[in-house]
Design a protein around this ligand. Sequence first.
Ligand code: FES
Ligand code: FES
Length: 152
Amino acid sequence: MAAIRLRVNGVAQSLDIDPATPLLWALRDHLGMTGTKFGCGIAQCGACTVHLNGEATRSCQVPLESVANAEIVTIEGLAHHGGARLQTLWNELNVPQCGYCQAGILMAAADLLKKIPRPADADIDAAVSNICRCGTYPRVRAAIHRAALEPA
Ligand code: FES
Ligand code: FES
């Protein structure tokens, strides 16, 4: 079995594991990047969202073999890939409650702002469809609007 190469947060990685392993578990169990969370395992909740070649992607349904040579950004690398302001605002506006879903939400929010710098509520609802058991949706919206108005 040939090792699968990819770049994670700008660092080259080589993984010699079952190529059917979901990217989520490759990141968490094999690379020790546990910021990306498991929620549903069926691409519904968004807890496992990472950026795959620049696109917000639910990593629980992505087999490792399909991301050979891909560029992955996880929550551990988001601050160095355009997400620092967003993370600061998340703290300032106390967006997280339990926090479990928030890494995935931040990844989705960063992707949205890259594509739509001044999103309307409907854009946010469409792009950040992550599930939050704590119901932080109003604060997520507020932080995204603030990031749009005050990008730095
Ligand atoms: S764990 Fe991947 S979408 Fe829920
Ligand atoms: S902050 Fe608790 S699940 Fe979202």
